[in-house]
Design a protein around this ligand. Sequence first.
Ligand SMILES: [Zn+2]
Length: 116
Amino acid sequence: MASLGMKGLFNLTSREIDSQVTKTSPGNYALGRVSENKFYVYYVGRSDTDLNGRLKDWVDEYDKFRFSYAASPKAAFKKECQNYHDFGETDKLDNKQHPQRPDDSNWKCPVCDIFN
Ligand SMILES: [Zn+2]
C-alpha cells in the first residue's frame, strides 16, 4: 500500500501549523479529511522554501494535514511526484495537474516521463 512518508495527523489550523512545522524549510504535505478513523488524502503538495507558510494558504480548505521536511527543493519535488502518482493523480486527488518543476530546472519525475 502506498505510504506518504509523513508525520501527522494534525488539524489544519494556523496554530497547529505553527506548533508542528517549526523550521523554515522545504517540505511536503498532504491534505485531507478523516472518516471512520481513516485519513483520506485529497491533495498533495510541496513548498520549495517555506512549508509552514504554504500550509497556511490551505487553512479552512481541508481538515487535516501531514507533512515532512525535505533536504532540498529537488528532494521535495521528487517526493511530491511520488505522492501524486501513489495517491491517484488527478483522477482521485484534487490536484489539477502533475507537480510542476521550477522553470529554470531540468528535474525529472521519478515515476513518469512527463518532463522527458
Ligand atoms: Zn510524474
